[in-house]
Ligand binder design. Structure first.
Ligand code: SAH
Length: 359
């Protein structure tokens, strides 16, 4: 590769290009991990001026309702003292600010723990939460007391692997370089053992996704909640039944771009496999609630009433509040695409917000 091309590439592309030069094509999961580590460390991607907007940045109502949901569970569990609010990938810390404000109104004052890898976002979180404790991963979370855990748009950012069906069997999706571009190529060796023996008979080019990193994170969280008590609330876009097809996507300036164009300068995500995450939690004896649609969940927890109260308190904000309510709940916006799933310790109460489907 001529040096001129390398010099023009952003750093994540440079790191990936050098690795491919040394080792040959690299697994898609490694490509995604390098790209996203660089991406989140180099910029704050959130908000209208960034690459994408998340629910807590749309309205305070989102975090407040999560706070009420957590506080309600905590109260019905007998208000255990010495519990911990834990957020995975807290972005700017906005959700935590709104949730903790609601929780304190109910007398719930947990210690605050953030699992975050980006130094830039940690600094932003510290402005709102000077007393929080940061963790590079979940292994160092406190081991005493219940965990009240939240992850909004966290799992979608974790690396996935893809497998491609060929006449010779499943091959792992790798990333290679084709002159100045990155391209997906199937591995030379078959990778049947990584897919599972029941996965046969698929037409050529069928794609299967797996996220070993998400599986590991969920397994660890579930073991902790089973032992310490508490709950894990996951909000994200994803699928609830096993399926096929690529869900890898990249977003930059609020527009879809190719996942193979300039890694590290766009947000690379994949749909979350709720089915697998739920099964992992069940094997650790947790109870699963949902996945519910975000719009239905927020409504059953009182977002309509909260919007009315905000409007009554500040009538000049009416249009802003109504627009935010619509974005968070409407089926054509975030209301149906995003799902809410809770994994709760077996001896904890039934959480609110998941029974509307049975009514
Ligand atoms: N939850 C926030 C931000 C979502 S963006 C919101 O809803 O606004 C994804 C977040 O996860 C960012 O804070 C990013 O830095 C963090 N993140 C991504 N990969 C991570 C990893 N492997 N470990 C810890 N945090 C990670």
């Amino acid at each position: 590769m001529p040096d001129g091309i390398k010099a023009d590439l952003p750093s994540a592309a440079h790191i990936i290009a050098e690795r491919i030069e040394r080792e040959g094509p690299i697994p898609l999961g490694d490509y995604m991990a390098i790209a996203n580590d660089y991406y989140y460390a180099s910029k704050d991607p959130l908000g209208e001026e960034g690459d994408f907007v998340t629910a807590p940045e749309i309205s305070q109502m989102f975090g407040e309702i999560i706070g009420i949901w957590l506080a309600d569970l905590w109260l019905r569990q007998g208000s255990p003292d010495h519990c911990h609010y834990v957020e995975l990938g807290p972005g700017r810390g906005t959700l935590a600010k709104d949730a903790l404000r609601s929780m304190r109104k109910f007398g719930c004052h947990p210690s605050v723990h953030f699992v975050e890898t980006s130094p830039l976002l940690k600094a932003k979180q510290a402005q709102l939460h000077p007393d929080a404790i940061w963790h590079d991963d979940i292994s160092s979370l406190p081991e005493d007391g219940p965990l009240l855990m939240v992850a909004n748009e966290f799992f979608d950012a974790l690396p996935i692997e893809q497998f491609v069906a060929t006449s010779a069997g499943w091959r792992r999706q790798m990333v290679a370089r084709d002159r100045s571009k990155f391209v997906g190529v199937p591995s030379e060796e078959v990778a049947e053992e990584r897919v599972g023996s029941s996965m046969s008979g698929f037409p050529d080019d069928t794609i299967l996704e797996r996220s070993p990193v998400s599986v590991e994170v969920m397994g660890h969280i579930a073991s902790r909640i089973a032992k310490q008590g508490g709950t894990m609330l996951i909000i994200d876009y994803g699928y609830t039944k096993p399926g096929t097809g690529s869900t890898l996507q990249a977003v930059k300036d609020h527009m879809p771009v190719s996942p193979f164009d300039s890694p590290g300068s766009s947000d690379l995500t994949a749909h979350v496999d709720f089915h697998t995450l739920a099964n992992i939690a069940r094997t650790r004896m947790l109870k699963i609630h949902g996945p519910a649609e975000q719009g239905q969940w927020l409504k059953s927890l009182g977002i309509d009433q909260r919007a009315e109260a905000l409007i009554a308190a500040s009538p000049k904000e009416t249009d802003t509040v109504l627009a935010a309510h619509q974005r968070l709940t409407h089926v054509d916006e975030m209301g149906r695409l995003f799902r809410v799933m809770a994994a709760t310790a077996i001896d904890w109460p039934e959480p609110e917000g998941f029974s509307y489907g049975e009514e």
